[in-house]
Write a protein that binds this ligand. Structure first.
Ligand SMILES: [Zn+2]
Ligand SMILES: [Zn+2]
Length: 494
């Protein structure tokens, strides 16, 4: 026998047979699969004498024939091969020579004649949707008897009638029965006792198509992040599931620090790394001077940074570094830079970095006052929590988000792994209230730019779509948005 088959086809079909092949076979040949080549395909068969599986894959057959090889050994080897065609040749002494590119190996097989005869596969009575079958199995399999002595109870009974499909299982103490309208319609009556191993195998085969199971329930597939029983099933039934934001939707990072303040990398290195990630822009948001601990920038240093940004932008065009800052919200709600400086910044994010122990009332008033400043674009990490280190400060977040929504100020999901703030529930609430969100990294080093990934994960759990997030917009749209907000700040603009 000699044939050529594609690796992808072979791996897929061999994978299906692995559950059937006996691990500790009493009959050594049962740990083999039977390969048979004829016409333009190969047939792969496996059996444990109780359960058999037969799959086919397209192949170019040079010499028809058959042979057997150890199933697990074959799959393990084939998986390692490059994605390409694999050539098989079986010798008269039952060795299989396997060639793929420059890889060549030989596996000892056994003659086809020693492989048990598989039962004839009867004509199918019809095709059931895999999801329907999987759901019926999952609702009965637990009641199947485990004791081998009760042979007839070691499986479930499938009963097909013209209008109903029934599956029953019992172990003598409990009984599970599931009934469903027969989607095949009238096709005579069939009954079969299906052993537990076959049911498990069918479930495993069905597991590859989760979508089918949802479809069977009349639903579209629900992304795992939404499976929290927070209205996702109702939304799916109404066809109103969100199309969740993805990492690749993020066009730029609006929160990162260079070594001008407490970052470890140069602005140039941060910009280069952001560009290498495929971003179109970043906003560098070093701290304002009031934050002593983080080496905040005086207005003078800020102007020096702007000169460097202009130079870098010249060189990195069309990539764009925005002149930004993460400006402290001081204890009384005033900001770390005067308005005339804020007016010259292209992107202004504000955040609380000190005085965490104010009363809820004072903290809320403090942040609300900061949001009244017309130059503010975004409220960063709105609860100030540091996971495992610091609880969120006391604040009426509902009131803060309401104000942000009313004033058109964005709120941030900070991707730094110890912040992840807003969390998923508040992010969803912010969206419901009409806030636009920003998802970014708060990176203080080049590797930390990767944090945006965690921010996106939180956003997805918060039902956010691409359109809910400012920095999914292309540069031109982002600039237009930032400028529109600025227009409101001008006298007479409000
Ligand atoms: Zn911060
Ligand atoms: Zn920061």
């Amino acid at each position: 026998m000699e044939f050529t088959v594609s690796k992808a086809d072979l791996v897929r079909e061999l994978g299906l047979s692995q559950g059937v092949v006996e691990k500790k076979a009493t009959l050594p040949v049962l740990s083999n699969v039977l390969l048979e080549a004829a016409d333009d395909r190969i047939m792969i068969s496996a059996t444990d004498l109780e359960l058999s599986i037969r799959c086919t894959a397209p192949a170019q057959v040079k010499t028809p024939g058959g042979g057997t090889v150890p199933a697990k050994k074959l799959l393990d080897y084939v998986r390692l091969l490059p994605d390409s065609d694999i050539h098989f040749r079986f010798s008269d002494t039952h060795w299989a020579s396997i060639t793929c590119g420059r890889s060549k190996t030989r596996i000892a097989g056994m003659p086809r004649e020693s492989y048990p005869e598989l039962p004839e596969m009867p004509e199918p009575a019809g095709q059931l949707p895999v999801g329907l079958l999987a759901s019926m199995i999952s609702r009965t399999i637990f009641a199947i008897a485990a004791e081998e002595s009760r042979f007839t109870l070691n499986g479930a009974l499938l009963l097909m009638k013209p209008d109903t499909l029934t599956m029953v299982a019992t172990d003598g103490h409990r009984l599970a029965l599931v009934e469903h309208p027969n989607p095949l319609g009238a096709s005579g009556e069939h009954r079969a006792l299906i052993p537990r191993k076959a049911l498990m195998e069918l479930t495993r085969l069905a597991g590859e198509t989760e979508e089918e199971i949802y479809r069977m329930l009349g639903l579209v597939w629900i992304p795992p992040e939404l499976r929290e029983n927070r209205g996702e099933i109702e939304a799916a039934m109404r066809g109103e599931l969100p199309v969740l934001v993805e990492l690749r939707d993020i066009q730029g990072d609006l929160h990162l620090h260079a070594n001008w303040s407490d970052g470890t990398a140069t602005l140039e290195a941060m910009a280069e790394a952001a560009r290498a990630r495929g971003y179109a822009y970043i906003a560098v948001t070093d701290h304002s001077a009031t934050l002593g601990v983080a080496g905040g920038l005086s207005v003078e240093s800020l102007r020096e940074q702007w000169a460097e940004i202009d130079r870098l932008n010249e060189r990195l065009r069309p990539f764009r570094i925005l002149k930004g800052a993460e400006v402290d919200i001081l204890a009384d709600g005033s900001l770390g830079y005067p308005d005339e400086v804020l007016a010259q910044l292209e992107y202004v994010a504000v955040s609380v970095h000190s005085g965490f122990h104010q009363s809820r009332e004072r903290m809320t008033q403090r942040i609300l006052r900061a949001l009244e400043n017309p130059y503010v674009h975004t409220l960063n990490h709105p609860t100030g929590r540091l996971l495992g280190k610091r609880e969120p400060y006391e604040v009426d977040l509902e009131a803060v988000l309401q104000a942000a929504a009313a004033r058109g100020i964005c709120v941030e999901i900070d991707g730094a792994p110890d912040r992840l703030d807003l969390d998923d529930l508040w992010a969803r609430r912010a969206k419901e209230m009409g806030c636009l969100l920003v998802v970014d990294s708060d990176a203080h080093s080049v590797p930390a730019l990767e944090g945006v990934r965690y921010g996106v994960a939180v956003a997805r759990r918060g039902w956010l779509e691409k359109k809910d997030i400012l920095n999914t917009r292309p540069l031109a749209e982002l600039l237009a948005w930032l400028q529109r907000r600025r227009a409101l700040a001008r006298p007479g603009g409000r």
